[in-house]
Design a protein around this ligand. Structure first.
Ligand code: 3PG
Ligand code: MG
Length: 402
């Protein structure tokens, strides 16, 4: 797959054309209000550029996971409203994404205007990647642009089939995301480090296996590090671990050694007897975890060691927290290392790319997301890219080229 063959929408003549723009409007909404508009904010430059160039912009997206057809609780109407507020213009909302009503409403959208169509997943054909449903969608546009990198791991009608039916382009945000990932994985400034954390190693094995071929240092933290400690015969007390994956952990360590990739594990830990906010806790070496305690964060020595590793590196890819950061005081390790990565980035010494839902929440909690070189809007898609997988939504943009 030659990603250089993807055509940017910036190169297309969009004036007067109906541009069917696949966005990811799957944002958190509570009581009819968008509670985190990061994804919307990141779409704004691309949408504004389309409007400025005279496009008639028709935004399509999924929202949540409706089980059985239309569900008023999963309507995109409030999201469309918020998008309009952020854009500072009125954004029309169309209560269906296909059919006569949708096509009629789309015909009314003028140059430089935007309409948002209702949740694609209200139709079964969307998740089935149904060509007939994609053909219905295609009737609402002259051009197709995919700006939903965070949904590109789904082979759905709006992310895959549709790309084969209309002249297709990549949106500004999708290109930004891919460029950031390629910078880190394909032509990084060396040495490079990957920090992989999170609760379970089972969800990250393919990521670790792929990354150990790409990076010079692999920093492992979070609950998943416990399985690695276990594979070294360390007694981790009551800590979360996946003992059946000890073999995989060993395999990863051996493969890393062969490739000359240094694996960095925590040397100390914040432990507690129970997982509860404000509970009594202590800092101990990972070799001295009492049998009635559990590891909930990395300790200060680990942070210091990991910081030294970052200082030796020029590029950092970060996915997953180092501890149970949502519950105080078990976020300190993640926050401290995030601050150090941010400091090195500000000083121009480190290129930092981070992604994944929890990761971004942790960086936000540390107050440093804005200091990273690039923060992805994607969760699952980011992870699949780190596994070295081809994302159907991206592949379609390449393959659909004439
Ligand atoms: C996401 O939020 O991860 C994307 O919008 C994809 O949503 P999905 O996991 O429901 O397909
Ligand atoms: Mg998801």
């Amino acid at each position: 797959m030659n990603l250089d063959h993807i055509k940017p929408i910036a190169d297309a003549d969009v004036a007067g054309k109906r541009v069917l723009a696949r966005a990811d409007l799957n944002v958190p909404v509570k009581d009819g209000k968008v509670t985190d508009d990061t994804r919307l904010t990141r779409l704004l430059p691309g949408l504004k550029s389309l409007c400025a160039r005279g496009a008639r912009v028709i935004v399509i997206s999924h929202f949540g996971r409706p089980k059985d057809g239309p569900d008023p609780a999963l309507s995109l109407r409030p999201v469309a409203g918020r998008l309009g507020e952020l854009l500072g213009m009125s954004v029309a909302f169309v209560p269906d994404c296909v059919g006569g009503e949708a096509e009629g409403a789309v015909a009314e959208v003028g140059r430089g205007q935007i309409a948002v169509l209702e949740n694609l997943r209200f139709h079964k054909g969307e998740e089935k990647n149904d060509p007939a449903f994609a053909a219905e969608l295609a009737r609402c546009g002259d051009l197709y642009v995919n700006d939903a990198f965070s949904a590109a791991h789904r082979a759905h009608a709006s992310t895959e089939a549709l790309a084969h039916l209309l002249p297709c382009y990549a949106g500004a945000l999708l290109l930004e995301e891919i460029t950031a990932l390629r910078t880190v994985l394909e032509h990084p400034q060396r040495p490079t480090a990957a920090l992989v954390g999170g609760a379970k190693v089972s969800t990250k094995i393919p990521v670790l296996k792929h990354l150990l071929d790409k990076v010079d240092k692999l920093i492992i933290g979070g609950g998943m590090a416990n399985t690695f400690l276990l594979s070294h015969g360390v007694d981790i007390g009551k800590s979360l671990a996946e003992p059946d994956l000890v073999g995989d952990a060993r395999e990863i360590m051996t493969a890393a050694k062969h490739r000359g990739c240094a694996v960095v594990l925590p040397v100390d830990a914040v432990i507690a007897r129970e997982f509860r906010a404000g509970t009594a806790h202590a800092i101990v070496p990972t070799l001295a975890v009492p049998s009635n305690a559990m590891i909930l964060d990395v300790g200060p020595k680990s942070v210091a060691h990991m910081s030294e590793v970052l200082k030796e590196c020029k590029t950092l890819l970060w996915n997953g927290p180092l501890g149970a950061f949502e519950v105080s005081p078990f976020g300190e390790g993640t926050f401290a290392l995030a601050r150090e990565a941010a400091r090195l980035t500000r000083a121009g010494k480190l290129v930092t790319v981070a992604g994944g839902g929890d990761t971004v929440a942790a960086l936000n909690a540390a107050g440093v997301a804005g200091d990273f070189t690039y923060v992805s809007t994607a969760g699952g898609a980011f992870l699949e890219w780190l596994e070295g997988r081809e994302l159907p939504g991206v592949a379609a943009l390449v393959q659909a080229q004439p």
